[in-house]
Design a protein around this ligand. Structure first.
Ligand code: BV8
Length: 253
């Protein structure tokens, strides 16, 4: 029976039967919370820059105040945003799948705010800062005239606690994500253009070890393999529909 969102029955069955589900999310999952995706045109002051020009150690070395202010602009959007039905559906999935590994490229912290217990933040989290010398992490700091603010303990500039282009991902996070791709039996790639490495390789790693792979995105490009499900849909609509199709108890009436 075709369900409301024409989700292939094979995918519903695979989700219901999966022992270990791995999910990789990208900016598309947060788009429905009003957070522009990485590749959407930057607005206002930032229109003249491309994200890659600002999200790098060189940019921070050249102009720490500009980079710090870009992240402050994004942080105030993130703090004002709310998790959307896509985030909430993934938190709900945690209660149904025997094992769920949620891997995110997003730096907005919305998965944890939606109730996901332990999202793997491959690229860090811009609501945190860290000392650019000692590496100490800060969840809050005093904003003053000086931007970036000085580290409270050593005075060096604070930087956003994110992974910039050209920087290595946190080894433990990357290892956990890789292990999940290697051991899952269902891999969902949601809301990501699949451009940025090494995260972009995870669906293929899962596919090559025999997992069922589904790509849920607005501009789906078939790039994993013939056994893959491609669903051109909004994550905030498709994910709730998929999880209720797989796990909703038949109504008692
Ligand atoms: C590293 C944090 C090595 C910062 C980010 C050439 C070839 C291959 C690789 C490279 C290369 N040259 C350089 C590299 C490496 C580079 C890379 O991959 N570059 C790319 C551009 C080619 N990678 C790195 O530098 C990584 N580090 O390789 O280190 C190393 C090893 C040892 C020692 C030293 C160094 C680090 C990469 C991490 C960069 N940091 N973020 C910040 O955010 O400011 S990346 C950032 O961009 C995001 O985190 C995310 O990963 C990426 C954006 O991608 P998406 O999330 O996919 O977002 P995007 O906008 O692209 O797509 C959104 C999709 O959603 C769209 O398809 C859209 O259609 C869809 N959508 C929209 N709305 C919805 C939707 N879908 C569903 N529902 C909706 N409602």
């Amino acid at each position: 029976m075709a369900n409301a969102h024409d989700i292939p029955s094979g995918l519903i069955t695979a989700l219901r039967a999966a022992r270990h589900v791995a999910v990789l999310t990208g900016a598309g999952v947060s788009a429905e919370s009003g957070i522009p995706t990485f590749r959407e045109a930057q607005t206002g002051l930032w229109a003249q820059y491309s994200p890659e020009d600002l999200a790098s150690p060189d940019a921070f070395r050249r102009n720490p105040r500009l980079v710090w202010e870009w992240y402050a602009w994004r942080r105030q959007m993130v703090v004002a945003a709310q998790p959307n039905p896509g985030h909430i559906a993934l938190a709900e999935l945690e209660r149904h799948a025997p094992r769920l590994t949620l891997i995110t490229q997003n730096v907005d912290g919305l998965h944890r705010r939606a109730g996901s217990a332990d999202p793997i933040e491959l690229h860090g989290n811009l609501t945190r800062a860290r000392c650019s010398v000692e590496g100490t992490i800060y969840a809050s700091w005093a904003e003053g005239e000086v931007a970036p603010p000085p580290c409270p303990s050593c005075g060096a500039p604070l930087r956003p606690d994110v992974v910039w282009f050209g920087e290595a991902l946190p080894p433990a996070a990357l290892e956990r994500a890789w292990d999940a791709a290697m051991t899952c039996d269902l891999f969902l790639s949601v809301g990501t253009s699949g451009v940025v490495e090494p995260a972009a390789s995870l669906p293929r790693v899962a596919y090559d070890q025999g997992a069922t792979v589904a790509v849920i995105n607005l501009d789906v490009t078939g790039s994993v393999g013939p056994r893959t499900y491609y669903l051109n849909a909004r994550s905030g609509v498709l994910l709730p529909a998929l999880i209720s199709a797989a796990f909703a108890r038949p109504s008692s009436s």
